[in-house]
Design a protein around this ligand. Structure first.
Ligand code: FAD
Length: 380
């Protein structure tokens, strides 16, 4: 058992850290204020390979692994949760469906441009009436010769505001339940595909998260990923991997907030002393760092079990459950450590606290994580 990163991962971590400090941090506050993601930053993230880390060089990816991807998610999210989710949805949801279940031809056509830095992907599973119960899809895909005709509405599709490639799910056979859902990939320019405005939210405000409607969208059968009826399995497999990214995002947001609070308490004086000299402050920081480290280790365990091709779903759900609850506790405490200034937009812990909440909701709520963990434990 080795809890240390190897040389390659340490080098990657250093590179991601520098990129996050130099390129992401300076833009984070403005992007949050304007609720617009900076397209030059997105292009830079593609250029340096941040959008293709765990994908084979054969398709233009970096040829890294999920542990490396988790390190990137942590470093980027330390400064900006919105950039974290932009990378995550593209990498572990959109790309993974094509990588895991696409044919060679589909990988060349759809995966290559997403991992070689040319195109951004999104993933549409959730519908207005199908959230935690994703099997309740109402979007339909009806076969018509060698095409499907898709009709329905997806909600909360992250990246859809600027994505080029849409991976989405629709019912091909309602009577078959979860075995009646299929997965499709298409270009944003496909007639009948319409993206609504960015949904106003509490946090990760720069991420582009919209309603997407599909009205008589015709896609050739060659754009169905996997077999007809395999869509639910594809969607869930992608979410298992995605949860490792959200756990890493949580660790990053938490570490970023705690680092800011530590900087502040070392400078701020009350009662004639630095507030870092109060034992209450020191004990609180000790507890928070311990929580963050525990979440990081769970995240790395989940990533390594995926990289080792083990059954990683339970590890991923545990990492997400623990890390997402941890980041909310840590950010609330970081604001408290900084008093009134922590509550002001001038300091990034205010944004971190707002960004933290969503980690308990997307890619499966905490309650759904408990269902996954209990299910894997075969206790019922
Ligand atoms: C900012 C943001 C980004 C997102 N990005 C994407 C994306 O890119 N692609 C995508 O497809 N989706 C995305 N989602 C959707 C997200 O995954 C869902 O919001 C989430 O799965 C929960 O679904 P819901 O919002 O419909 O809540 P509901 O399913 O209605 O849940 C409401 C509450 O009920 C609880 N609950 C539900 N069922 C049970 C049960 N059986 N037992 C106990 N409690 C239960 C839930 O845990 C939750 O607390 C995003 C959402 C947001 C807000």
């Amino acid at each position: 058992m080795d809890f240390k990163l190897n040389k390659t991962h340490l080098l990657q971590q250093e590179m991601f850290r520098r990129f996050a400090e130099n390129e992401v941090k300076p833009l984070a506050e403005e992007m949050d204020e304007t609720e617009i993601y900076n397209m030059e930053l997105l292009a830079k993230m593609h250029k340096v390979g941040l959008m293709g880390i765990p994908y084979s060089k054969e398709y233009g990816g970096v040829g890294g692994d999920y542990l490396g991807y988790s390190l990137a998610m942590e470093e980027i999210s330390k400064h900006d949760g919105s950039s974290g989710i932009t990378i995550s949805v593209h990498t572990s949801l959109a790309c993974s469906c094509v990588d895991g279940f696409g044919t060679e031809e589909q990988k060349q056509m759809w995966l290559r441009p997403m991992v070689d830095g040319s195109k951004t992907g999104c993933y549409g599973l959730t519908e207005p009436n199908a959230g935690s119960d994703a099997a309740g899809q109402q979007t339909k895909a009806v076969l018509d010769g060698d095409h499907y005709i898709i009709n329905g509405t997806k909600i909360f599709t992250t990246n859809s505001g600027f994505a080029d490639t849409f991976v989405m799910f629709a019912m091909t056979d309602k009577s078959a339940g979860t075995k009646g859902i299929s997965c499709f990939v298409m270009d944003k320019s496909t007639p009948g595909l319409t993206v609504g405005p960015n949904i106003k939210r509490m946090g990760i405000r720069a991420a582009q998260n919209c309603e997407v409607s599909y009205e008589n969208v015709r896609v050739p059968v060659s754009q169905r990923i996997g077999k007809e009826g395999a869509g639910f399995k594809i969607a869930m497999k992608a979410l298992d991997g995605g949860r490792i990214g959200i756990a890493a995002q949580s660790v990053g947001i938490a570490q970023g907030a705690l680092n800011e609070a530590i900087k502040y308490v070392k400078e701020r004086k009350q009662f004639g002393k630095r507030i870092s000299s109060f034992q209450n402050t020191q004990f609180k920081i000790a507890e928070l760092q311990t929580q963050i480290d525990a979440a990081r280790l769970l995240t790395w365990r989940a990533a390594v079990s995926k990289d080792d091709h083990e059954n990683f779903a339970q590890n991923a759900a545990m990492a997400k459950l623990f890390a997402s609850e941890m980041v909310n506790d840590v950010c609330r405490a970081a604001v408290q450590l900084m008093g009134g200034y922590g509550y002001c937009r001038e300091y990034p812990v205010e944004r971190a606290l707002r960004d933290a909440k969503i980690t308990e909701i997307y890619e499966g709520t905490s309650e759904v994580m408990k269902m996954v963990i209990a299910g894997s434990m075969k206790i019922f």
